[in-house]
Ligand binder design. Structure first.
Ligand SMILES: [Zn+2]
Length: 239
């Protein structure tokens, strides 16, 4: 309440200032600065997919929403244009291994091969950058974290879209659980998930949410990303 009251007083002070300065004065307090935006990150695994990812990118662009895409390396060939669009349209591109192998417990050499092969495929298209990693199934042993030279991304909202394959159920599962600062897991491999994602964006944008990349989300909540550390949401529950 105290914050709201302070904001209200701020507006009144700004209004008085404008009155005193005359009609050409610029407001000292812009509405965007006093309304609290809620930020959330949509993430999409297992793409790019020729049948679904383009439609998703179109829908996100229409809504001014950014997302993060964790790509399977072997899906990239033939879908280079979609990968370019992801970067050009403000999304974050990440690495989801070469062939979606479970990395948990496997040798450092195999982990390195899975990650570097995909990293190289992304770099061939997008150039230098830091392409964060999401291990398939979100699974890794803690003693493997140190193998990674980028931050690792988990999630805090998982509607199990791959299992439900039902737009309304996936949408409802996300909307029931989501809070500001969450990282939502979806897969752009299914038309139902694309439809759900766009419905989720429509609903949450109307509630004052803004969709940003995982990298932006962490920055907005003051979290400094570190290599070899898992991020589940902006509350830093995971180590
Ligand atoms: Zn996956």
């Amino acid at each position: 309440m105290r914050t709201q009251r302070a904001a209200f007083l701020g507006i009144m002070a700004a209004a008085l200032l404008i009155c005193c300065r005359g009609k050409d004065a610029v407001p000292a307090v812009a509405p965007a600065e006093i309304s609290e935006t809620k930020y959330v990150a949509l993430t999409f695994d297992d793409g790019p997919r020729a049948c679904t990812t383009g439609r998703l990118l179109d829908g996100l662009r229409e809504r001014g929403a950014s997302a993060t895409f964790f790509l399977i390396g072997q899906q990239i060939a033939g879908n280079e244009e979609l990968v370019c669009r992801m970067k050009d349209e403000g999304h974050q591109v990440g690495n989801h291994t070469w062939d979606h192998v479970k990395l948990q417990g496997i040798s450092p050499a195999v982990v390195s091969e899975e990650i570097s092969r995909t990293d190289n495929a992304i770099r061939d298209i997008l150039g230098d950058g830091t392409y964060w990693v999401r291990p398939p199934y979100g699974l890794l042993n803690k003693n493997q974290y140190c193998c990674f030279s980028t931050p690792l991304v988990h999630w805090s909202v998982d509607p199990e879209d791959w299992k439900l394959k039902n737009t309304q159920k996936v949408t409802a599962a996300v909307l029931k659980k989501v809070q500001p600062g969450d990282i939502i897991l979806l897969h752009d491999a299914y038309q139902t998930s694309v439809d759900a994602a766009l419905q989720i964006v429509d609903t949450l944008e109307a509630e004052g949410y803004e969709f940003v990349t995982v990298k932006e989300l962490l920055a907005l909540y003051g979290v400094t990303p570190q290599a070899g550390k898992f991020y589940t949401d902006t509350r830093e529950k995971a180590g």
